[in-house]
Write a protein that binds this ligand. Structure first.
Ligand code: FAD
Length: 826
């Protein structure tokens, strides 16, 4: 007798299972139930139709019910929701638009109901203008609103893949977009120092990001939505996209007897079988095993859903197929950037109790996607994690080209249990337009081998927080030009690599030498020189680039795009009456582009222009600093598909970089900045300092506020933040005021009444509250710097401070004070 198989859910997992079943068994009776109107549509393409990259809506509908019927003889029933399962009598209850309510019997079921967007019970969440994006109907609703052209602003709640893709596509449609994320960073599959690369790309493309702040309510007023965040800040917007994650769509299974996990995921064995006979489950709704450690995981991705659908069908069709686990290999487009990962990230490993350097190691490399001498090379940033036996545990990559190829190599390596030793031996296709003879995967293998075999010791950027000049020496091995343009870390001794052998006598053999360069390679060469000369030395993993990424703070940006004066490549200055010199520094790693820029500017006359393009991502910031330091005018800088285009006009002052830095000659920019040490945590003094700062910023001055000791209280978040602290740190934390709202007056505080009074008086006199003053300061670019030394002493962690704060030590502050003509101590 032929089998009767019901499939619940007609998209990724369900449609795949149905087609496979038919190919295995021509006689089976297959019925597919889909609650919505469409089956087999491309969920993954939905954001791109909103953004109009995918122009034709029909392209997203991969298969119609009629086609499924004709091609596979499958009885497709759309607008038919299965509302319950009765395993005892082997039947399901269906609510159908066309057929009313009825029962359908079964021999087998494949459940593929997917996952639905999480919708927390917040005030106003069901109101108008708040959307989610799961299916075609959701997409149609969002697109219709955007198409009307009246919507100017959107807030995307949640910085996961769907949130980021939707944010990008709304931006492409001309909306002003803000992403609000409750976690400290967006894109959970990536570790902090990698996700900030995506945050920066979003910022550079004009998307604002608010991190570490969740939503507490929505209010609807006059067509606008007012979003109140956890810290009481209110955002006003025309449209909200809710994408704070997904939950398994398994409510209808509650009373079925099917085993469900804590969050409602269907529990299955390695054959995709549930605990009930004849019932299989696949896709976003099931709890899977993570491939490497075989721990329980919920990983909602299309690839696994499709493969699981096929396995369930195979097992019903008489084969014996196992699902071996999900690696979480995923990739995302963030404007021109590609962000991809596979396997575990460090956060996951640490949650499992694994310890860096004891249980696992990390490597960073920044290779070009193909040889640098072939035009169009762009740089990748790659992080790889491997255990102490060399087994690869995970990889993350960001870049403009070649990210997909690299991550697939690593995903395949992980699948087959490869070690870093195996990576060295991989033979990958090479010709100049495609790769380098030493592929990134080979490079990781070489680097990791160096470390494992003791040829080099490494340290991570965080270790600089405990830098001790008594027993350590920080050595910057970059070229003078790089140091002069970007500054160096702490009080590093700067000796360019090429001079190192001649200047060894400047290094104290009794100290541990912490060496660094831009990306780690020259640091490694220096470390090898020094180790062989008997020095104890460690190289900074990933170089200054990873250090900088680690300290990048996502921000709120002006509504413009990344074009800072250049709207597209063509608008590079080309019709100027004076000479314009074109420089192509693509394929060059730092300091190559800077050197080319300097050489060119040195030969230009005042008023002449250099148009330079470079593929080194760091050049986007470097060229701004270079122009400022050298007294030249940056006419514009923009990024396009990983290439940075900048236009710099030669200034009149004819300053060399050295002159700007050392002060031997007139400096490039007048020293009219204002700096302030905010030592006090008193409300009145905090208000005064922010009023002065905002005033100076309004006059176009560069303002830096350096918060130290009690002043740090002003920057603390007012909600409790879960961070690990020692006993003493906890004690300190309890005694210290938490956030601007709890500050007290320096005089006449009267148990807090004074503080309340002053706030009321300020309100009555239309003076902004301290919190509003802080926001205004951030918006006008006041540099809020938390003193890392005080944070360390007082046990305050970065996560405890409000968004938008930078971190720096005394050296950093003094550097800022150098460029200022007013310096206040409050
Ligand atoms: P789904 O494809 O969600 O299908 C479940 C179907 O079951 C739904 O149509 C639902 O209506 C139906 N259903 C639920 N309950 C019932 C019921 N009781 N009766 C009848 N029908 C029911 N993954 C990637 O790997 N890469 C990407 O780039 C990517 N981008 C995405 C972008 C968006 C906007 C979205 C929403 C998802 C994206 N995904 C992506 C995730 C991917 O789409 C899912 O992992 C995949 O579709 C899961 O397949 P599934 O069969 O488990 O569930």
């Amino acid at each position: 007798m032929s089998k009767k198989i019901l499939i619940i859910g007609g998209v990724a997992g369900g449609a795949t299972a149905a087609a496979r079943l038919r190919r295995l068994d021509e006689e089976a009776q297959i019925i597919m139930f889909e609650r919505d109107e469409y089956i087999s549509f491309a969920n993954c393409g939905l954001p791109y139709h909103i953004g109009e990259t995918i122009k034709e809506r029909e392209q997203l509908i991969l298969e119609t019910p009629e086609n499924m019927r004709k091609k596979f003889n499958i009885d497709v029933r759309i607008k038919s929701e299965v509302v319950s399962i009765d395993p005892k009598n082997k039947k399901v209850r269906v609510k159908s638009n066309a057929m009313g309510d009825y029962d359908e019997s079964y021999d087998y079921i494949i459940l593929s109901p997917g996952a639905k967007p999480i919708q927390p019970p917040l005030k106003g969440i069901d109101g108008p203008g708040i959307f989610k994006l799961r299916n075609v109907a959701d997409m149609d609703r969002i697109k219709a609103v955007v198409d009307r052209g009246e919507t100017k602003t959107a807030v995307v709640i949640g910085g996961g893949f769907i949130g980021v893709e939707t944010a990008e596509n709304l931006k492409e449609r001309g909306l002003e977009v803000t992403i609000v994320e409750a976690a400290p960073h967006i894109l959970a599959p990536f570790d902090t120092e990698m996700s900030v690369i995506a945050e920066k790309e979003l910022n550079d493309n004009g998307i604002s990001i608010i991190l570490g702040n969740g939503v507490s309510s929505f209010d609807h007023e006059g067509g606008k939505i007012r979003i109140t965040l956890g810290n009481d800040r209110v955002l006003e917007t025309d449209m909200v996209i809710l994408s704070i994650g997904v939950a398994p769509d398994t409510g209808f299974l509650k009373d079925s007897g099917i085993g469900l996990g804590e969050r409602g995921h269907i529990l299955v064995d390695d054959h995709m079988r549930t605990n009930l006979e004849g019932i299989y489950a696949v896709g976003d709704a099931v709890l899977v095993k993570e491939y490497i450690f075989q721990t329980d995981a919920a990983i909602p991705l299309a690839g696994p859903a499709n493969r699981q659908g096929r396995i369930a069908a195979d097992n019903i069709g008489g084969f014996d197929k196992k699902y071996k686990g999900t690696q979480g290999t995923s990739i995302l487009k963030v404007f021109s950037l590609a962000a991809a990962s596979t396997g575990n990230n460090e956060r996951t490993l640490q949650k499992m109790g694994l310890v860096y350097n004891k249980d696992y190691k990390v490597s960073y490399i920044h290779p070009m996607n193909h040889v640098s001498y072939y035009p169009g090379a762009t740089q990748l940033t790659i992080k790889t994690i491997y255990d102490t036996n060399g087994k690869i545990l995970g990889a993350q990559a960001m870049g403009y080209e070649g990210v997909d190829k690299f991550i697939d190599v690593m995903a395949t390596a992980i699948k087959f249990g490869a070690t870093i030793e195996d990576l060295k031996e991989l033979e990958l296709a090479y010709a100049p337009p495609f790769l380098a003879a030493k592929s990134p995967a080979n490079m990781i293998g070489f680097m990791a081998e160096n470390e494992v075999k003791g040829l080099v010791e490494t340290f991570r950027s965080e270790e600089l927080e405990t830098f001790d000049p008594q027993r350590q020496l920080l050595l910057d091995i970059r070229e003078d030009l790089e140091v002069e343009t970007t500054g160096c870390l702490l009080e590093a001794l700067c000796i360019p690599l090429n001079s190192l052998r001649d200047r060894l006598d400047e290094l104290d053999k009794n100290k541990e030498i912490l060496v660094y360069c831009a990306v780690g390679i020259r640091g490694y060469i220096a470390a090898r020189i020094l180790m062989q000369k008997g020095y104890k030395v460690k190289n900074l993993l990933g170089g200054m680039k990873m250090h900088e990424m680690g300290s990048y703070r996502a921000k709120e940006v002006d509504s413009g795009s990344n074009d800072q004066g250049l709207s597209d490549k063509k608008s590079l200055v080309s019709e100027a009456p004076t000479r314009v010199v074109e420089v192509d520094a693509c394929g060059m790693c730092c300091p190559g582009p800077l050197m080319r820029a300097k050489e060119t500017m040195d030969i230009l006359k005042p008023g002449e222009v250099m148009n330079i393009k470079a593929s080194d991502p760091g050049f986007f910031e470097d060229v701004k600093a270079f122009a400022q330091r050298t007294g030249n005018e940056l006419l514009g800088v923009k990024k396009d598909k990983g290439i940075i285009f900048a236009s710099v006009k030669k200034g009149n002052s004819n300053l060399s970089v050295n002159a700007g830095i050392t002060g031997d000659s007139p400096v490039a920019n007048p020293k009219d900045g204002k700096t302030m040490v905010v030592f006090s945590g008193d409300l009145d003094k905090a208000i005064a300092s922010f009023i002065i700062a905002n005033g100076a910023a309004a006059m176009g001055k560069k303002v830096t506020m350096f918060f130290t000791f009690w002043g740090l209280n002003i920057l603390r978040k007012d909600e409790p933040i879960a961070v690990k602290k020692s006993f003493i740190e906890k004690g300190f934390g309890m005694m210290m005021t938490k956030g601007s709202k709890k500050l007290q007056l320096s005089k006449m505080n009267m148990g807090g009444i004074g503080a309340k009074l002053i706030r009321k008086v300020m309100r009555d006199k239309n003076v902004e509250s301290l919190e509003a003053l802080i926001e205004a300061a951030k918006k006008s670019g006041v540099n809020l710097v938390a003193c890392t030394m005080s944070m360390d002493v007082m046990g305050i962690k970065e996560e405890e401070l409000i968004q938008g704060v930078n971190f720096g030590g005394v050296g950093y502050y003094l550097g800022e004070a150098e460029d200022a003509n007013v310096n206040l101590f409050i």
